[in-house]
Design a protein around this ligand. Structure first.
Ligand code: A2P
Length: 314
């Protein structure tokens, strides 16, 4: 397994297990299976609704806590400073842990505290730099209290991360963003390299399991891309392995979701696949800035959120 070095000197396993939409009744088995196969990195979030079952698997494992890398995420309704620590403690309790390795602000979107998913404009709080810094300061206090070792962002633009770098006292360690050959995030990668953050890519396989309303008609498929398929045949592997090997060869970390034992094994093995320059160049040409998860579900009528102000044109 490759590891990414973070600014603290800590090492994060390059390939982790994604748990979004890993169903209750299945996710615990998948985490146990993954740990037995050799996974050491599990990516969780409070909003996934399955942290308690992930926690059962973590409690039952004989893998030492120091060998594990556990990430969770602060949901959009708990970004007010007084809500940050209780939300983190809720995830820790569900996961059965004393500390997290990494805690991310899940989205640059704020919701009223009582709202999990917005239904109307009243449920939203407009994003401001001032609010974001208050949230960040509360996260920094959680690092100082030992509840979490690293903090970072998810779905943030480089512009929003820059605000944290300029004003915070603890640097973000990781930027987690959607990343795959159709959305290669070269700008984010260069920014993170220059500023000492690691990049983790979600939806590396195209997130086919996301909710139906988030699918678009005629959207491109990664796993069926003819050149990805041809490359996998030439290298005697699978399209998914090519996509994951590409991510790790570029020096990013990647968190494919699976609850299927064969695919869990296949995905872990892909972390050791090193693609050659010619294959990397072929994939490089596939970038089209395409987001499978573009955040348009935050754009109900009257919402202060737009594609422009979430992604800052990036
Ligand atoms: P499953 O859990 O049944 O394996 P992403 O990580 O991009 O969000 O994609 C996750 C989706 O891809 C899930 O539907 C998952 O299904 C599927 N998947 C995971 N690993 C593989 C693989 N090696 N080959 C094909 N599909 C996979």
């Amino acid at each position: 397994m490759k590891y990414l070095s973070l600014h603290t000197g800590a090492k994060m396993p390059a390939l982790g297990l994604g748990t979004w939409r890993a169903d209750k009744g299945e996710v615990g088995r998948a985490v146990t299976e993954a740990l037995n196969l050799g996974y050491r990195h599990v990516d969780c979030a409070q909003v996934y609704g399955n942290e308690a079952e992930v926690g059962e698997a973590l409690k039952a494992t004989s893998v030492a806590r120091e060998e594990l890398w556990i990430t969770s995420k602060l949901w959009n309704n708990a970004q007010r400073p007084e809500d940050v620590r209780p939300a983190l403690e809720q995830s820790l309790k569900a996961l059965g842990l004393d500390y997290l390795d990494l805690y991310l602000i899940h989205w640059p979107v704020q919701l009223a505290h009582t709202v999990m998913y917005p239904q109307s404009r009243q449920d939203f709080i407009a994003w401001t730099t001032e609010h974001a810094l208050e949230t960040w300061n509360a996260l920094e206090a959680c690092v100082r209290s030992g509840l979490v070792r690293h903090i970072g962002t998810s779905n943030f633009s480089t512009k929003k991360i820059q605000v944290l770098l300029d004003n915070g006292s603890i640097r973000p360690a990781v930027s987690q963003v959607e990343m795959h050959p159709y959305l290669q995030q070269d700008g984010m990668r260069a920014f993170c390299r220059a500023n000492g953050l690691a990049v983790t890519g979600f939806a590396p396989l195209g997130s086919k399991h996301r909710p139906a309303h988030q699918h678009r008609e005629g959207e491109p498929s990664l796993l069926d891309h003819p050149e990805i398929v041809a490359m996998s045949e030439r290298l005697g592997t699978t399209p998914a392995s090519i996509l994951l090997g590409w991510a790790v060869t570029r020096g990013t970390s990647v968190i494919p979701k699976s609850t299927n034992p064969d695919r869990l094994r296949q995905n872990l093995a892909a972390a050791d696949l090193e693609l050659g320059e010619a294959d990397m160049a072929l994939i490089s040409a596939m970038d089209m800035g395409y987001r499978f998860l573009d955040g348009s579900h935050w754009m109900l009528e009257g919402s202060p959120y737009t594609l422009e102000n979430i992604w800052d044109g990036e």
